[in-house]
Design a protein around this ligand. Structure first.
Ligand SMILES: NC(=O)c1ccc[n+]([C@@H]2O[C@H](COP(=O)([O-])OP(=O)(O)OC[C@H]3O[C@@H](n4cnc5c(N)ncnc54)[C@H](O)[C@@H]3O)[C@@H](O)[C@H]2O)c1
Ligand SMILES: [Zn+2]
Length: 440
């Protein structure tokens, strides 16, 4: 049986919020489409109080930002990037191009082709999320993307030096200081100063995620990566302090961050609720975390691991941290999650910042149909084929011709028939008389 000790806001209230955001974003996109650069500038002034001569950073400004960091800070960024680069490269190596002879004389294959130009959004509203530069820019570069544009909003009125350094060290070809919807629209449609990109990637708040969603089709997007969500699955092998730290650690992202505890231990559930209240008195980011916990936090008690698994798949959370006696049960059986964190020794912050897996992950139940950002998202898997013998051309041609006939496709049928006549031994294609006559 599944019991809620604490519930979040109802589904209707969340749907109303989504509808409001959709409308706001629609208007901004339409406005930028009609008025271009001028509108980009206006929204930048309005939302970020930011109106520089050029949104693009010069080489001198990039170097100045890097020089302002300490050796320790630069080294830490390099360490994180090395972990992300290494794992992205391992994943790239797992993706093989293929070319196989599927029937005598018939060769089919696919190649992974990098997208030409990608725009990476690095969030910087509440926190300067420099880790997103590793996750997007660097991974795109490992995939072989030629032109990578990276953009982040100003932080306290200026480019944030650690974000700029991380973008540069990750290999960004162009660095912009521009935030929100205006940044993603500018990269997607292009402006006199920003050449358009083919794909938008990276996380962002609900406005940024919704803008990417609305621009999909005109450009590619990686996935729906909106406000962070976290799910902790735990049994009585861990304590309330650890669970509360792991819930609040992610609840601090923003006011709409669901942090959910699923547990088979009612004692752990109650201990965690008490611990959350205690920690909220001392956590420096409690102002945000307390609101998201109050509105979106949930504590759910189940009887068995099987029940927890069912509920977890239904929630389809971005992050799922498993701290039970047998975490592998969830690895083997769970199907809907952005990323799994197995056992108490790791946690979501490791994945967010440094361990090497990508932190840009599906939210809003998108984990039902996609994983997170990874090197494969920057590659198009494109097929090719060739037929190298007369016999193969004629044999496939006969099947094709008959199948086209069933679908009433005369022109397609002729494409096949002409091969049958030229490369085959049959003098005629009996099942396709009318079109045959065209070539008599
Ligand atoms: N899903 C993931 O993989 C993932 C990973 C990391 C972070 N995140 C999420 O990224 C988000 C970052 O959000 P953030 O706000 O700190 O930074 P952000 O850079 O995404 O958004 C800031 C921008 O929002 C725009 N904005 C603010 N208020 C607006 C309004 N009323 N109308 C239109 N535009 C407005 C501004 O232009 C501003 O530059 C968080 O929600 C975090 O949870 C998600
Ligand atoms: Zn996080």
């Amino acid at each position: 049986m599944i019991r809620y000790l604490k519930r979040g806001r109802d589904v209707q209230a969340r749907a109303d919020d989504d509808a409001k955001v959709r409308g706001t974003v629609e208007n901004i996109i339409r406005d930028i489409e009609t008025r271009g650069d001028e509108a980009v500038r206006e929204y930048s002034r309005k939302f970020d109080n930011w109106d520089p001569a050029d949104f693009r950073l010069s080489q001198a400004k990039i170097e100045k930002a890097i020089k302002s960091l300490s050796a320790r800070e630069l080294d830490d960024i390099r360490f994180a990037q090395q972990q992300v680069r290494n794992f992205a490269q391992i994943q790239r190596n797992s993706m093989l191009d293929v070319e196989v002879e599927t029937r005598p004389g018939v060769f089919l294959g696919h190649r992974h082709i990098p997208i030409n130009a990608v725009g990476c959004y690095i969030p910087g509203g509440k926190y300067p999320l420099l880790a997103s530069a590793h996750m997007s820019v660097l991974t795109a570069k490992v995939a072989g993307v030629k032109r990578v544009v990276a953009t982040a909003p100003p932080f306290h009125g200026e480019p944030h030096p650690a974000i700029v350094a991380a973008m540069h060290l990750a290999g960004a070809d162009e660095i912009l200081v521009l935030g929100g919807v205006q940044a993603v629209v500018a990269m997607a449609v292009g402006t006199p100063s920003i050449a358009p990109v083919d794909m938008l990637v990276g996380p962002g708040n609900m406005f940024v995620a919704e803008a990417k969603r609305q621009l999909f089709g005109r450009v590619g997007i990686d996935l729906f990566a909106g406000p962070t969500e976290t799910l902790v699955i735990a049994d009585d092998s861990v304590d309330g302090e650890l669970c509360a730290v792991d819930l609040l650690g992610q609840a601090e992202h923003g006011l709409t961050t669901p942090a959910v505890l699923l547990t088979t231990s009612e004692k752990l559930a109650r201990d965690t609720i008490a611990e959350v209240e205690r920690q909220l008195k001392i956590l420096p980011t409690a102002e945000i975390a307390a609101r998201s916990w109050a509105d979106f936090g949930e504590v759910i008690v189940c009887d068995t691991d099987v029940e927890m698994l069912q509920k977890a798949d239904e929630i389809a959370s971005e992050h799922v941290q498993v701290m039970t006696r047998d975490p592998d049960y969830f690895l083997e059986n769970m199907s809907n999650y952005g990323a799994l964190f197995l056992g108490p020794r790791t946690n979501v912050a490791f994945g967010d910042k440094v361990i090497g897996t990508n932190h840009t992950l599906p939210t809003n139940k998108a984990a039902r149909y996609t994983g997170g950002l990874w090197v494969g998202k920057f590659l198009k898997t494109c097929t090719f084929q060739r037929v190298v013998t007369d016999e193969a051309s004629a044999t496939i041609g006969e099947y094709c011709s008959r199948l086209c006939h069933m679908e009433n496709f005369a022109g397609h049928g002729e494409q096949a028939n002409i091969r049958v006549r030229r490369y085959g031994t049959r003098a005629e294609v009996p099942w396709y008389e009318p079109v045959q006559a065209l070539h008599a």
